[in-house]
Design a protein around this ligand. Structure first.
Ligand code: HEC
Length: 80
């Protein structure tokens, strides 16, 4: 089968574009810009550095109002 000339030229152009993208992605762009390991590890460090403390039930009431009302009417009303 004979491949038309314009298809050959188009294949060369596509090959050059693909090669350019691959070279840029794997060689030109520094690893720190494409890797999210640095971002993740810094986020984990940031979260681990926060002090662990008891929140208390007042913190929960903002979102769990129905549970707070139920708790405040129960025998557990004096628990924090
Ligand atoms: C910023 C809002 C917010 C705060 C503050 C909050 N919650 Fe929640 N909580 C939610 C949401 C949203 C859900 C998911 C509800 C659902 O999926 O129906 C949830 C779900 C829960 C569930 C699971 C309920 C179930 O049926 O599976 C528990 C248990 C719970 N919260 C306890 C607490 C406790 C204890 C506190 C306080 C230390 C607290 N929450 C503070 C928003 C909050």
């Amino acid at each position: 089968m004979r491949v038309p000339e314009q298809v050959k030229r188009l294949a060369v152009v596509i090959a050059v574009i693909v090669a350019g993208v691959l070279v840029t992605r794997f060689y030109a762009i520094p690893r720190s810009l494409v890797s999210n390991e640095l971002h993740r590890s810094s986020t984990i460090q940031q979260e681990l550095a926060k002090p662990v403390k008891f929140a208390g039930s007042e913190i929960c009431q903002g979102c769990h109002e129905a549970e707070a009302i139920k708790k405040n009417k129960s025998f557990h009303r004096n628990l924090s």
